[in-house]
Design a binder for this molecule. Sequence first.
Ligand code: AKG
Length: 371
Amino acid sequence: MAPIFNDGDSHDLFNFVVRDGYGVKGLVDLGLSRVPERYVQPPKERIEKSDATSHQEPPIDLSKLDGPDCKEAAEEIVRAAETLGFFQVVNHGVPVELLESLKNAAFCFFEQAPEKKAVFLKGASPCPYVKYGTSFAPEKEIAFEWKDYISMVYTNDADALSYWPQHCKEVALEYLKTSINMVKRILEVLIARLGVPVEDSVALIDALVDLKMVNMNFYPACPNPELTVGVGRHSDMGTLTVLLQDGIGGLYVKVEEDVDDDNNIAGSKGQWMEIPPISGALVINIGDTLQILSNGRYKSAEHRVRTTSTQSRVSVPIFTISKPKQMIGPLPQVVEKDGLPRYREVVFEDYMNNFFGNAHEGKKSLDFAKI
Ligand SMILES: O=C(O)CCC(=O)C(=O)O
């Protein structure tokens, strides 16, 4: 008989969604008319659509970086990194048909029977670099996120093709390989602007994107979007994130400082802005590592995801992160200019362990390195 989760059954619910790998999808398949209590967010974490505005900046055309308008394109990238920390790009070099295949592959993976996905649960997975799960840190969270995910860390092509899930390995690998050139190109612009000489920037950029991870997120249609979150408020710990979102919408970014757009206020401090889906575009966001390296000049934006009651949503982020043993701290060129470091030097591995050891809580992850 299908389990019914009453409010007192928190333990059974945990076992069902987390330990046994049914996830939110398994819960939804039971035919719920209201989310279990464990998914109800405290009022301050709930996402009120009417409190948010929509990000109206046009996507940045990355092909301009290789033409006569390269200065203008570089300026747009730097400005976005310094203000919202989020921007969208087109002509990014990732084939648009591939983006469609990725979304389909994500749906195919999550639509499978729970036992097919459960083979990738932590501890059961045939490869330590592939992990299927639900919510970010269910052991630590007061309320779970309404999200299932599969996470695939890249080591080499052969491992990816052997161990990543059948439904997504080829498209995910191609996505990663075609995106990484774009990531490096954007980093070249951002790192050059910090005053790092070209001869040093190649090695620095390679170290900053040494580890790469493709995730697929699945947010099933939810009976109570007003009570839940798909992903709670957080910033990304790595260098740059590339995100493919489908057409449903629901990604919100917090404006850290007033954003002026030709003397109009495009966003006010503390306001949430939705990043609207744009067909064929990719979303780029700055991670904590770049905020630390730039001594706070580039913003690792706090963001979160709302659920919807009408359709399931998928998104496919690529996280680029440093070598575990890499020392991360403000670059000397920036400290010299600013007169003081705002962050201490940390071993990236320690930063990462602290990030994954806690539930999402806005930009609190950065406190680990703050002076
Ligand atoms: O699904 C999204 O739009 C964002 C996902 C996200 O923030 C994450 O996976 O960390």
